[in-house]
Write a new protein. Sequence first.
Length: 451
Amino acid sequence: MRKLLSLLLCLVLLGSVASALAQADYTGRKLDVLFMVGGQGKMADPILAKLEEKLPGLETTVVYDHMAADILRNRTLANDMPDIFDVNQGFYDYLSAIDEGVVKPLDFLYDTPCVDDPSKTLKDILNFQTMNRGYVGGKYYMIPDTLYTSGLWYDAKMFRDKGYEVPKTWDEFVALGEKAKADGKYLLLYTTKYGGEYFQQYWFDPLLLSLDVNAFGDIQNLKENAWSNPAVRKALELTVDLIDKGYVDQVSGTLDIPETQMEFCNGNVLFYACGSWLEAEMAGNWPEGFELTYLAFPPQKEGEPSYNIVAPVVSAVSASTQNEDLVKEYYRYMLSDPETTQKIVETTLNGLPIKGFSEKYGHLLPASVNSCWQQIDSGRVLSVSSNLGQFYNDIIDLLNDLSGALTAKTMSVDEYIDTLNQFFADKIADEDVIKRPYEMDALMEALKEYR
């Protein structure tokens, strides 16, 4: 009875706070937002419209610009930062901004009551495991505005027609390669021309994670000789074994991405390692009846977790904002007001860092994207951000070259390992290179809960 009375009192107090916010006069108050132009579209619009509706007198401004990163740098120098900003991570160094105190840690958001259920706070509903990018010193600094998932994709209709069994383990995945080969098809396709992303993040990283989570962490943390870890070697050898058996499309993977993806669309390959933008990116090219479906990366043994790499588009809060209360309202409506969140998902057609996302909003996504989120929300798939390219961006070009050479069999596993160990050694020795910690707290906690 005491617990019930406490809950009722809490609801009354939260209702009073919400009522006070609605009755307050916000005349003269402004919320300033800056957005890049990208795959998330004008996703701030429904949030800002809702705030102006709910907070009388509030004025909101948003700028969408291809050059948002340059605008942000100029405004930072002028001591005129927007309250909230989402700019291209490829052109703006969020991590340096965090180091310099430009970005505000998100702790102040956590006790904000949800719109749809005021007994819960934003901390209760956030899926922190998907927020590793921007996790520094035990604090989160960036909110994913859009979460692109990744993994292996296949045509469920082809599998039914051919009688293929969807593999549940690595051994079953490999065994399917011989059946595919007998049917004149390849088991696997990944892009090596852009191997620093497609090969590394959507193939190698989840494979390595399935072998040894800590080995993945050592690579992310620029650990000396991290590439000599036995699990890293095994992941490379397993990959080469598929190539040696003729299960990998070596030629198509060297082409531009649309050409590579056409091989998959045309049914020449069973599995393609890619991100959740695939269905939309290849619109108009899918054969009639093609059922694009997500496969949770095959674990080494049945019952072990699968992993996928999430690629977030993120927003952050200016450390100099004078509008903490308005920023709280922005993220409160973004993440916990069903009407507003639905409009966002209908715009981005991808996920948000909300627990149980697929159950609430999956029906708004393309079927292939939702098939991935269903696996994430089921707890079978653990989502991880790979920050290596963000931390040390010149490794991307190197990985492009190395993944191409490994797949073409012009480079051995030993040469691959030695080259990357030397790259790490050079970075470690260079005092001008900021060494970025990759903290795995959320992933290790999720792994502990899984087990």
